[in-house]
Design a binder for this molecule. Structure first.
Ligand code: SAH
Length: 461
């Protein structure tokens, strides 16, 4: 180990920043956050530093560095673009046992500044010892995405209960076991979901009973349109935490693969005879699993509240008093629009967008056709492939021009994405005989004209 990681209490200590540019400002900003008293020496200041000086948050010496500036300083940062000055600062500071950092020059440093993930009071610092700041930054981005922003709030909650827990569990081992179950279980999840009062109540109960409650919970998670990169941080975290995953047909293989390896997976989109598991049975299964104490991830394609029947599933849970949370996902319309280069609204062509279901019942669709056939708007049809000829015909019958552009996009956001564009008059014929692979989405409106210019994602081209 070349460097010893430390977290330093610098509140009230005098620190010197040499240099007045953006880099100096970034370092000064960290020192300020940690409560240091800062003097900046530099002939000129960038806007940020100037603002802090105006606000009285830093002291400014408007000149070059001189040796006496080091007097009574605890820590020094040299951020000038003059190598000779930086070298001199380093030498003088070290001779006085003052901690010194020279930006971008590890050889001149007695300490380096790490990349930081701040979930105060939890802090994670990453250093490559100056070998590769970019690598440290990439690592940081990875960790940022998997450590919920509310970790700090969780730590603060736990801190408040340290004394009662110490009293309740006299041995270190018992305490450790207790905290492990709390920090990986329901209490933590409630804090992350913004239900802090409930978390506190359950924590109190758990301390009284001596264990965490064994009632499970359900996460209703939107898995997005297919590309796993479009999952939210929260979706990914809950997918990796759940003991059981109930998924349906729309959830892509790539997304499903991100669930915890040893989690039980139940496909409720397709039973052996290729029929869907009836909605009522899914609702009951969720209740049953949660009552067995399991953490259940109900993983749905797109967003759970957009043509996803997610509402019905959590109504049953609510009625049974089972804890749940809902994680939004990118709905097919938004994923398709982005990946096919078709903006859903546009200042010149479309002032509104409507999402409708094109699902056929007894050979027709029960839709408000006069409203859908207005110009200056975009209409997105979910589940519309079978009914495409009906959609085109009805829109024309109710007044839209036969020339109105229409797009049909298959398996949007996946490597199998494919787009077909035409007009209301030509589309049904254009795709007849083509092997279209569901799911597909239909977009109608002038905005479809932009597809040719804006298409950027063409995996099968
Ligand atoms: N809850 C989902 C929609 C469920 S309805 C969501 O928010 O996206 C199912 C319909 O969604 C499909 O028939 C299809 O029209 C559309 N769909 C879902 N994923 C899609 C994809 N990757 N590409 C195109 N259409 C998709």
């Amino acid at each position: 180990m070349d460097l010893l990681p430390l977290f330093m209490n610098i509140r009230g200590a005098s620190c010197l920043v040499i240099g007045g540019g953006e880099v100096a400002a970034r370092k000064a900003s960290l020192l300020l956050e940690a409560g240091a008293v800062i003097t900046v020496v530099s002939p000129a200041l960038c806007l940020g530093l100037q603002q802090w000086q105006d606000d009285g948050r830093i002291e400014h010496l408007k000149r070059g560095f001189s040796e006496q500036d080091l007097q009574n300083k605890t820590l020094v940062i040299a951020a000038t673009d003059d190598h000779a000055v930086n070298e001199r600062v380093s030498e003088l500071a070290r001779a006085r046992n003052i901690l010194v950092n020279v930006v971008d020059n590890p050889a001149l440093c007695s300490f380096v500044m790490p990349s930081i993930i701040d979930r105060s009071p939890v802090q994670i610092a990453i250093s490559t010892g100056g070998a590769s700041p970019v690598l440290a930054r990439l690592l940081r981005a990875k960790l940022e995405s998997t450590i919920p922003a509310a970790y700090g709030r969780l730590a603060a909650l736990v801190e408040r209960f340290r004394t009662p827990v110490k009293k309740r569990f006299p041995t270190v081992n018992a305490r450790r076991g207790f905290w492990e179950s709390i920090l990986q279980g329901k209490v933590a999840e409630l804090v992350f979901a913004g239900k802090e009062q409930q978390a506190e109540r359950i924590l109190e109960q758990s301390i009284a009973v001596g264990d965490e409650s064994t009632v499970g919970e359900v996460y209703l998670v939107g898995g997005g349109p297919g590309d796993p990169d479009l999952l939210t941080f929260r979706a990914l975290r809950l997918m990796q935490q759940a003991d059981v995953v109930l998924y349906d047909r729309l959830v892509s293989e790539e997304v499903l693969n991100l669930c915890r390896r040893d989690a039980e997976r139940i496909n409720v989109g397709k039973a052996r005879d290729k029929h869907l598991v009836p909605q009522g049975e899914i609702n009951q299964l969720l209740v049953k699993l949660a009552k067995e104490g399991k953490r259940v991830c109900r993983l749905k394609g797109g967003d759970p509240f957009v043509f996803g029947r997610g509402g019905e599933e959590i109504e049953t849970l609510a009625a049974e008093g089972i804890n749940f949370q809902v994680v939004p996902g990118i709905t097919a319309a938004l994923g398709t629009a982005a990946y096919a280069g078709i903006p859903l609204t546009h200042r010149d062509y479309s002032q509104a967008v409507t999402f409708v279901t094109g699902h056929m019942k007894n050979g027709s669709m029960d839709l408000n056709w006069p409203a859908l056939a207005q110009t200056n708007q975009t209409v997105v049809f979910y589940m519309g492939l079978k009914g495409l000829p009906v959609i085109c015909e009805q829109l024309m019958t109710h007044g839209l021009s036969a020339e109105t552009p229409i797009a049909l996009v298959q398996q949007a956001t996946t490597p199998r994405q494919k787009s077909y564009t035409g007009t209301l008059a030509t589309m049904p014929e254009l795709i007849s005989g083509k092997e279209i692979q569901p799911p597909t989405l239909i977009i109608v409106g002038e905005v479809v004209r932009l597809h040719d210019k804006l298409k950027w994602f063409q995996p099968s081209a």
